[in-house]
Design a protein around this ligand. Sequence first.
Ligand code: AMP
Length: 192
Amino acid sequence: MNIVIFGPPGAGKGTQSKYIVNNFKLYQLSTGDLLRSEIKNKTKIGLEISSIINSGELVSDKIVGDLIEKFVSNKTYRNKTIFDGYPRTITQAKNLDNLLKKYNQKIDIVLKLSVSLETVKKRILERQSQEKRSDDNELTAIKRFKTYEQSSQPVLDYYMQSNLLKVINGEATIPEINSEISALIEGIKGWL
Ligand code: AMP
């Protein structure tokens, strides 16, 4: 079972990923977390990407692709991954398919959380006071939402064509979203 969770910043991808991890015994691969840890550890990549992340734009497909390969190639996570924040571009979606194929895997479902820009702004400002992420401020939030709007449609079309896409109302309450997601995952044939 491999799941992609998709949606704009502040849609609740991280929250729902943690719920799925606990309930379905999967591992969360958050490219945002991986990138933030590169910045925190002041690695070569970290130094290269910190201004990109703070401006609300996307890091190159090559950098994130290399980071996820380390995860996907690890046997522990094989067929037990929830991809949170990846793919974000059509190139990344195709790269992910190829990478999974290389390790005899595939995506079973793509969960898209839909929320409005107003909700995104509100949630990001709430999160800023709790998590102190350097890219969680109103201006960057708007830029990140716009970046999402520009790059997401081809990815959604791609997954719609392969019949993997499920759209969820991300404005509902957390427990409501939890149960909708559970029902969708349990509905996948042979998920056990
Ligand atoms: P997130 O934690 O998923 O909201 O990601 C925070 C930031 O990290 C994004 O605004 C991007 O700058 C960068 N990032 C995360 N995932 C990706 C990705 N798949 N491709 C490119 N940039 C990414």
